[in-house]
Design a protein around this ligand. Structure first.
Ligand SMILES: [Cu+2]
Length: 431
């Protein structure tokens, strides 16, 4: 038998009570371990944090301090990266650059403040193309001090996994995956985490926090049954909320939507040749919709950019069908595969840098910078959204503007994790 792409709705429901602490610190243990996950009708041997796939939703209030103990119950190393959170460098969870791998049976305590509200996520950063694809990820939500009034605040993660003919995680190693679009799963799963635990009614106002934890698959997510606006990208509020239309979510990217339910909320994915159904949030009953307009979320404190003190060019190279490059791996950045001994860019703390990223490969990529957000610049040099990951189609060039205000050694890599594993990674030193 061969598996077709299937969709599946995981209806995990956990009450918020007990996770919203008034205290200044938020304590948590995250234990990666082997689990059985119910995916597409199969019980699949996967990995998970605290027994679940996805891992527990971390939900904090802006300004709190996280104290999270990583308790490694795997039979291999473990590390956790807090994707999009501007943490101190030694808390960033990156092998070699910021800490040693946590060996089996050992633990490590992460401690950091969360100055920015928004939708973030956490995931393994050790052999991540393998460990994330087996399930080591979860949502990390930081609530605003003055959150907008909604009836439901729901996290939806669009996760794809490659299952073999027996419905188990496909262990086969196909080198072609690493040289092309990556390891694209044959099962796409909308993992829905309804934090309120309440049934959604027609007319209810929802905040949807969409996350793409898939290792390589790009989603273009369409929503049906909701009238609303896009209010944040990669956790950061848009000054002017956008019309709700299909949302491109490359691996690692997030999007917040606020809207009023008009019927069952159906998610589909139109990125590929055929539109896939991803799942839905059921509705039951109805009420008068809220009349309050959907306005911009309160802004996070962003560093003010100055005239660029440094400029740099980053050329994405390699993969099937591309011109040769000097890096030894399949993929390269500026003719180097894998982390170079010297950083791609070294800057004094506080420097504003303009980086021009040029995709010379035959495949799309999504470049993620650790420890900072950056402005995507349009062709006229005007600042667009403030993001931590930027998507580049084949042949596309994009300039980004970043205030390098967070000292340390920070990875800059493709978040298609098969590409990262095969060379598409570099780093920046600040301070
Ligand atoms: Cu890539």
């Amino acid at each position: 038998m061969s598996l077709s792409r299937r969709s599946f709705l995981g209806g995990m429901t956990v009450a918020l009570a007990g996770t919203r602490l008034p205290a200044a610190t938020h304590e948590l243990i995250l234990a990666p371990q082997s689990i059985k996950a119910h995916l597409a009708g199969y019980d699949v041997s996967m990995l998970g944090f605290n027994g679940g796939l996805p891992g527990p939703e971390v939900r904090m209030r802006q300004g709190q301090t996280a104290r999270i103990t990583l308790d490694n119950r795997l039979e291999e190393g473990a590390l956790v990266h807090w994707h999009g959170l501007r943490v101190p460098n030694r808390m960033d969870g990156v092998n070699v650059l910021t800490q040693d791998v946590v060996i089996p049976g050992d633990s490590y305590r992460y401690q950091f403040g969360v100055p920015d509200a928004g939708t973030y996520w956490y995931h393994s950063h050790y052999l991540s193309y393998d460990q994330v694809s087996r399930g080591l990820f979860g949502a990390f939500i930081v609530e605003e001090q003055n959150a907008p009034a909604v009836d439901h605040d729901i996290v939806v993660q669009f996760f794809d996994v490659l299952l073999d003919q027996s419905g188990q995680y496909d262990e086969a190693f196909n080198p072609a995956h690493f040289a092309t679009e990556g390891r694209i799963g044959n099962t796409v799963t909308a993992l829905v985490f309804n934090g309120t635990g309440k049934t959604v009614k027609r007319g209810d106002r929802l905040r949807l926090r969409l996350i793409n934890p898939s290792i390589d698959r790009v989603h273009r997510v369409g929503l049906d049954g909701l009238i609303g606006k896009i209010v944040a990208l990669d956790g950061m509020p848009l000054a002017h909320p956008r019309t709700l239309e299909p949302i491109l979510l490359a691996p690692g990217q997030r999007c917040d939507v606020i809207g009023d339910a008009t019927g069952p909320i159906r998610f589909d994915d139109s990125f590929g040749e055929q539109t896939l159904s991803l799942g839905e949030i059921a509705v039951s009953g109805s009420r008068e919709p809220a009349k309050a307009p959907i306005t911009a979320l309160p802004a996070n404190r962003m560093p003010a950019p100055k005239d660029p003190g440094q400029t740099a060019e980053l050329v994405l190279q390699g993969g099937a069908g591309s011109a040769s490059h000097n890096g030894t791996g399949t993929w390269a950045l500026n003719d180097v595969s894998g982390l170079p001994r010297r950083p791609f860019l070294s800057a004094a703390q506080g420097t504003t840098a303009r980086i021009s990223i040029r995709n010379e490969t035959g495949f799309p990529h999504v470049m993620h910078l650790h420890g900072h957000h950056f402005w995507e610049l349009d062709a006229a040099g005007e600042a667009g959204p403030y993001r931590d990951s930027t998507y580049l189609d084949t042949g596309e060039t994009r300039d980004i503007l970043v205030v390098l205000d967070n000292p340390g050694s920070w990875m800059l890599h493709c978040h298609m994790l098969s590409h990262q594993a095969d060379g598409m990674a570099t780093w920046i030193r600040v301070g």
